[in-house]
Design a protein around this ligand. Structure first.
Ligand SMILES: Nc1nc2c(c(=O)[nH]1)N[C@H]1C(S)=C(S)[C@@H](COP(=O)(O)O)O[C@H]1N2
Ligand SMILES: [Mo]
Length: 235
């Protein structure tokens, strides 16, 4: 059986080493039993990296974290604007999103506060598929996810393919629950989970990078869990 664990603000800030705004409220969550956690700590991914990045503990269920669901956006009034440095900007309805090639991915998600959900299953459309339609311009370098209430996150455009980024409408074969980003969220595997914007409204292609909501608050812009990139390094 799992045991109940707590990510304390002190543990997280200790790991991060700075006086930052905390992401979400420290929550009580169901961790794996100690023996299972230890087994995972020696487990290796097909790409050779440890299954659990440094400082992460596996949990049994997704922990809802960050932001407030807008609540009013259902599948009928939702649309996604894809704009910026693209040859053919477009607006996709939910129905049009469903008509694109659908994929299922199973990946691990790692919240910067220290929990990881392994083998989470998401369904949706590869961002690559959408980029093929809008055709990013020659100077396109970055993607900015624009979400409800002004939340944004940013990734290099090369990460779309490298990290197999998808726009997900389902989690564990069910339509996304409101608190997890309904109707559509970004999923950026292998980066801290704050890159995976919930309640997605638009995808902007840009020439220059622009730090998102958490990135502007001092969290790492590159957010690689295996490099323990939790906070932006001071220069
Ligand atoms: N729009 C929006 N997206 C967001 C956040 C947020 O506050 N607002 N929080 C991020 C963080 S820090 C995490 S850990 C995940 C949590 O996703 P979940 O609630 O589905 O577990 O969403 C990310 N995406
Ligand atoms: Mo997070």
């Amino acid at each position: 059986m799992g045991n109940v664990g707590k990510v304390s603000r002190r543990t997280f800030l200790g790991a991060a080493g700075g006086a930052l705004v905390n992401i979400g409220l420290p929550g009580t969550f169901i961790k794996l039993a100690a023996a299972e956690q230890r087994a995972l700590e020696t487990s290796v991914r097909p790409d050779g990296r440890p299954r659990l990045p440094p400082g992460q503990s596996a949990v049994r269920k997704i922990i809802t974290m960050g932001g407030t669901a807008p609540g009013t956006t259902g599948v009928t009034d939702w649309s996604l604007r894809v704009h910026g440095e693209v040859e053919r900007p477009l607006v996709l309805s939910y129905q049009e999103l469903l008509e694109l090639d659908q994929v299922d991915i199973t990946c691990d998600v790692h919240c910067v506060t220290g929990w990881s959900l392994l083998d989470s299953r998401w369904s949706g459309v590869r961002l690559e598929t959408i980029m093929e339609k809008v055709k990013p311009g020659r100077n396109a370098g970055y993607i900015i996810f624009e979400a409800a209430a002004g939340f944004t996150s940013n990734i290099p455009i090369s990460d779309i393919r490298k990290q197999n980024v998808i726009l997900a409408h389902s989690f564990d074969d069910e339509q996304l629950p409101g608190e997890n980003g309904a109707p559509v969220r970004a999923i950026v595997p292998d980066r801290y989970f704050y890159k995976s914007a919930k309640w997605l409204e638009a995808v902007k292609v840009t020439t220059r990078d622009a730090p998102g909501f958490w990135e502007s608050a001092g969290y790492s812009n590159s957010a690689d869990p295996w490099k323990n990139e939790r906070v932006e390094q001071q220069h």
